[in-house]
Design a protein around this ligand. Structure first.
Ligand code: SF4
Length: 82
C-alpha cells in the first residue's frame, strides 16, 4: 500500500539500489524500514538525518547506532555540513 512507504523512497539511494553493494542487505533494510509503515520508517536514521539537516550522507544506514546528534557532529567533522 502506498501509505506504507517512506516519503523519501523516490530520492533515497538506499531504496533505489545505488547505495549498497549487496542486494540482500538492501532488501532487508527496505523490508524492515522503507516498506513497513509510518512507525518503522520514522525510526530510520537516514530519514531522521534528512529531516534534521536537509540531507543524508551515504554512510548513514537506517539502523545506525549513532544518535542524530552524533551523526550531525560527524557530518560537520567530515565537512558535509556547513
Ligand atoms: S526508510 Fe530510510 S532508507 Fe528507506 S527510503 Fe526512507 S529514508 Fe530511505
Amino acid at each position: 500500500m502506498q501509505t506504507e512507504l517512506c516519503p523519501k523512497v523516490a530520492k533515497c539511494p538506499l531504496f533505489n539500489g545505488t547505495l549498497l553493494k549487496r542486494a540482500g542487505s538492501e532488501e532487508s533494510y527496505k523490508n524492515l524500514y522503507c516498506k513497513s509503515g509510518t512507525k518503522k520508517w520514522l525510526e530510520c536514521k537516514r530519514l531522521q538525518t534528512a529531516e534534521k539537516t536537509g540531507k543524508c550522507p551515504d554512510w548513514v544506514l537506517p539502523n545506525s547506532s549513532l544518535s542524530i546528534d552524533e551523526i550531525v557532529k560527524k557530518m560537520k567533522e567530515k565537512g558535509e555540513l556547513a
